[in-house]
Design a protein around this ligand. Structure first.
Ligand SMILES: CCNc1nc2cc3[nH]c(NC)nc3cc2c(=O)[nH]1
Length: 373
């Protein structure tokens, strides 16, 4: 890995930014949406199909991969890129968030978290040091600090305590990461919806110094208004010349609103997970393809979409394969949703570069106002 990791800011329009993250495994155009490849696969998608949707980077989950097949086995087999046949950049999360939402019998101390696997009940421990080691074994291009994301609602004292623990863990994560040219370690800002705690967290992270910064602790049930309220100030506490990554977001209008507030990268299971349940995101709104009204509809899902589902199949067909639980159902709708999410990202990148982001946003919202689709 001789080439460096760097971020080139190309243009801004208001608080929105567009640029390129340069990595030895390829470029990531920002604003970027990262499909989630939880257990070394973006469910229902071949890697080449994920690329065909326009994705430059995907996300892998430390929690899942450490349990099965284990990071050591993936390392022995040549790393996650080779293992899952995705040679472009991969960002891995650090596992803490999923331990709290998936694992059993969790015990959190200053050292880290011990827990029981949701798969076979075996006991495991995650610390900043172990999380960074797992992500190194996976061969991740962008590594995330090990942090704690407090469940909301939580009182201010709990939020402050949790944030300060995460800042101590950020220090240990940086220490454990060492010197890995071409690879990046991202810090994660915490602080709930408290502006002063968010600023304290950002200052702590800047002092340590990271190649990128995530805004954590959001999209955990606070709702879009509160999330946007926090995003109206939180990104401004972060270095302007480094990528800003909002974790776990989101619906199309969440994504647009986050980019308008200065966010450069996002990830969310929504397009893939909902694609498997028959929920299609289109420029005119959401279509539940299992609804009986589609049974005889010869039209495509979205006549303006160029994805395989919209180019070659009718709503009636999609309705049929979902109703009969055929594997192709999840494949086609996941592909469509990921294609549509990447189309939104490309539209924003072009609009910000052209200085027309305001108009693009107006059109984006106007299209969605239409009635039944
Ligand atoms: C990298 C692991 N750490 C970490 N992951 C997160 C994942 C999230 N996913 C969502 N909504 C779906 N909010 C999140 C917050 C965090 C967060 O604060 N920290």
């Amino acid at each position: 890995m001789t080439k460096r990791f760097s971020f080139d800011l190309k243009a801004t329009d208001g608080k929105a930014r567009t640029g390129v993250i340069n990595t030895p495994r390829g470029e990531v155009r920002t604003p970027a949406f990262m499909p989630v490849g939880t257990a070394a696969t973006v469910k229902a998608m071949m890697p080449e199909s994920v690329r065909a949707t326009g994705a430059d980077i995907l996300l892998g989950n430390t929690y899942h991969l450490m349990l099965r097949p284990t990071a050591e086995r993936i390392d022995r087999l040549g790393g996650l890129h080779k293992f899952m046949n995705w040679e472009r950049p991969i960002l891995t999360d650090s596992g803490g968030f999923q331990v709290m939402s998936l694992a059993g019998l969790r015990k959190l101390t200053e050292k880290g978290v011990t827990f029981k696997s949701h798969i076979d009940g075996s006991k495991h421990e995650l610390t900043p040091e172990r999380s960074i080691e797992i992500q190194r074994l996976l061969g991740s291009d962008i590594v995330m600090c090990f942090d704690e994301c407090p469940a909301l609602p939580a009182d201010r004292e709990r939020i402050a305590e949790s944030m300060r623990l995460s800042m101590r863990w950020a220090e240990r994560s940086r220490e454990a990461f060492g010197d890995r040219p071409g690879h990046a370690l991202f810090g994660i800002m915490q602080g709930g919806l408290e502006q002063d705690l968010r600023e304290e967290s950002a200052e702590a992270l800047r002092k340590i110094g990271f190649e990128g910064y995530a805004v954590g602790g959001l999209a955990v049930g606070e709702g879009q208004e509160a999330m946007f309220g926090c995003l109206d100030y939180a990104p401004d506490f972060l270095p302007v010349d480094k990528p800003r990554y909002l974790m776990g977001v989101g619906k199309p209008d969440d994504i647009v609103g986050a980019v308008a507030r200065g966010i450069d990268m996002m990830d969310c299971v929504l397009p893939s997970r909902s694609g498997r349940t028959g929920q299609a995101f289109t420029r005119h709104g959401v279509v539940n393809i299992k609804n009986a009204r589609h049974a005889d509809d010869p039209r495509p899902l979205d006549e303006n979409c160029s994805c395989p589902a919209c180019s070659n199949y009718s709503r009636a067909y999609l309705h049929h394969v979902f109703r009969s639980n055929e594997m192709i159902s999840g494949m086609l709708l996941t592909w469509h949703n990921l294609h549509y999410f990447q189309e939104i990202m490309q539209g924003m990148r072009d609009a910000i570069a052209a200085g027309t982001f305001e108009a693009w946003q107006a059109e984006f919202h106007a299209q969605r106002a239409q009635g039944d689709i």
